[in-house]
Design a protein around this ligand. Structure first.
Ligand code: AMP
Length: 582
């Protein structure tokens, strides 16, 4: 049972947070007991526990699984219409499309009405923290950009949605002002137009993930003149035909507003869009967007556009469950940790001894269970892979996320999101992780930053079409001045390639140094501006949700590589063999 409180009562919410985080171990045991009591008779658990709900038995007998292991059960429910009790005794009402990996492969995760309540509760706790620490947040409106896709039904009759769509569509009463339109362009246009008309009332601007906000800014760059003209004439463009968009905009754009249009023109006409968010919405105090993990690469770009506003990375959650809240929302984006909320699900952790090899947890090891620790027993400074057991039918399920324990809030651990477990780049025996690559790219960018560049987005793949294979990075650069990208200095770009290599691990350098080199010189392909938006559109057309989109760092799809390759404006190779001694 979740302890109740009036969501408007911040102090009561904070007291509950203090209370549950002071009893994390005990609450976790209760949660496991509740899940087992409720679900012991499911087909899945019966197979291991023979109908018992004993926690010790669970820890001994129930295996650690990943999505592929349980897909067969989910497919029976989703495709064949078999009952939920195969996995859970709560009734599955929806399936959530999870991006799961940054490779864009989808998973279908069960959701129930009760789980909806738990997530609503989590959101109330989050609001409590934000009310407490983000002063002035409620003195104006939140401009939160959301995008939705049409519902899809599985052959078994269940609705298939993303987490954010599920939250929004099931709780329309909570979000009466959201513009719910399935056409991305009409939706973004209308949301921005409403945001512009109410320019002076906006106290914060946000999206779910940081990459989404950059997409919004690009869209704004392409459409601001038309929007300003709509505001001047009091008439919305006639290509906006969606009834929801028309209704929402007509409520606030109902007269000519030439002065407002003039003021928008002045800001947007400035050549550099540095600080555009602060300039367009001058009362904005915060930017809300997840900026940790793979999103950390966008910090420099976001800092450029937000003009020094604090970027608040509020939560760590997923389609599988909501996990943690950032209790220090105003901390630096580089220092964000999430305090796990102990009554959402049962959490376990697989220690990762050698963080340099995330594959060490990828093996199917019968003894994996022996290493598992529970929430109360994780150690500061240790990396773990997260396992989750939910009310909705996931048991010891590998999230594929690597977390680092950074401290405790009362007795509840706080985790920094490190990266996904999957390796991004691999040739021969080298395995380069997302975090390694991100660090190396950030170091190499130090060559270009003094010239006014920042990296808008990047991706990579291992090109093994020739021998030896080599790593290819695609970079989309932007100038702070907003000028077109000039011809790039060959020597500096080659230096960037070498610096990336120099910043990768010893194994990579060793393979590059062998007399018959096993990995060839690293290549950077600079792509023209707008390329990563085209890539995003491609993945969205394949079923990925824009709200949850994360640029794949390991491009596998030939079509996606084609999209990037056809927009390359410069290719550069490392000219130096990396030094193994540094
Ligand atoms: P999805 O199920 O599509 O919402 O994707 C969930 C995944 O997004 C998680 O497993 C993480 O890999 C990633 N994610 C969610 N929240 C965060 C966060 N705060 N920081 C970094 N990555 C996150």
């Amino acid at each position: 049972m979740l302890p109740t409180f009036d969501p408007r009562d911040t102090e009561a919410g904070l007291r509950i947070l203090e209370d549950i985080t002071s009893n994390a171990g005990h609450i976790q045991e209760q949660v496991l007991e509740e899940i087992l009591t409720k679900n012991a008779s499911t087909d899945y658990l019966k197979g291991f526990l023979d109908g018992h709900s004993d926690k010790g038995l669970f820890k001994n007998k129930v295996p650690v699984v990943d999505y592929e292991d349980i897909k067969i059960y989910i497919d029976r429910i989703a495709l064949d219409g078999e009952p939920s009790r195969i996995l859970t005794n709560e009734s599955i009402t929806e399936l959530l499309k999870s991006s799961g990996t940054s490779g864009g492969k989808q998973k279908w995760i069960p959701k129930t009405a009760e789980e909806g309540e738990r997530r609503a509760y989590f959101s109330c706790l989050l609001a409590t923290v934000q009310n407490r620490y983000l002063q002035g947040l409620n003195d104006g409106k939140v401009l939160l950009f959301v995008l939705i896709n049409p519902d899809i039904h599985t052959p078994g009759g269940l609705v298939l949605r993303t987490t954010s769509e599920s939250e929004i569509k099931n709780r329309k009463d909570r979000y009466p002002q959201f513009i719910l339109c399935e056409d991305t362009d009409q939706s973004l246009y209308s949301q921005l137009l409403c945001g512009l008309v109410q320019r002076d009332a906006i106290a914060s601007v946000g999206t779910y993930f940081a990459s989404g906000l950059l997409r919004v800014i690009k869209f704004f760059e392409e459409h601001w003149q038309e929007m300003s003209s709509n505001i001047r004439t009091g008439q919305m463009s006639d290509w906006i035909t969606d009834p929801n968009c028309k209704r929402a905009v007509s409520l606030i754009l109902n007269k000519q507003m030439p002065e407002l249009a003039d003021s928008i023109d002045i800001v947007c006409h400035e050549k550099s869009w540095e600080g555009i968010i602060k300039k367009i919405w001058p009362r904005t105090k915060y930017v809300l967007a997840i900026i940790t993990g793979s999103m950390a690469q966008y910090i420099p770009a976001l800092e450029f556009y937000t003009g020094g506003l604090p970027v608040v990375s509020p939560v760590y959650g997923s389609s599988e469950a909501f996990f943690g809240i950032n209790m220090k929302p105003l901390c630096s984006p580089y220092d964000v940790s999430y305090t796990f909320i102990p009554n959402m699900a049962y959490y376990e952790f697989l220690p990762i001894d050698n963080h340099q090899d995330p594959n060490c947890t990828n093996r199917k090891d019968a003894h994996l269970k022996d290493h598992i620790v529970d929430l109360a027993n994780v150690k500061i400074g240790q990396h773990y892979e997260l396992l989750v057991t939910t009310f909705t039918g996931l048991y010891r399920y590998r999230m594929g996320d690597i977390l680092l324990v950074t401290g405790f809030h009362n007795s509840t651990p706080q985790f920094k999101f490190i990266q996904r477990t999957n390796v991004v780049l691999s040739i021969h025996t080298d395995k380069t992780t997302e975090q390694d690559l991100q660090k190396a790219v950030a170091i190499a960018m130090q060559i270009l930053e003094p010239l006014g560049f920042f990296l808008l987005d990047y991706s990579s793949y291992a090109d093994t079409s020739s021998i030896p294979g080599h790593y290819v990075l695609f970079w989309e650069l932007q100038l702070r001045s907003n000028d077109d990208i000039p011809e790039l200095d060959q020597v500096k770009m080659e230096k960037c390639c070498s610096l990336v290599e120099q910043s990768l691990d010893q194994k990579y350098k060793m393979l590059r140094n062998q007399s018959i080199s096993t990995i060839g010189p690293l290549e950077i392909r600079v792509v023209k501006q707008g390329t990563f938006n085209v890539l995003m559109d491609f993945y969205v057309s394949q079923g990925t949700s824009l709200n949850q989109y994360k640029t794949p760092k390991n491009i596998k799809s030939e079509k996606a590589i084609e999209i990037l390759d056809s927009r390359v404006v410069g290719k550069f190779y490392s000219r130096e063999v990396p030094n193994q001694d540094s």
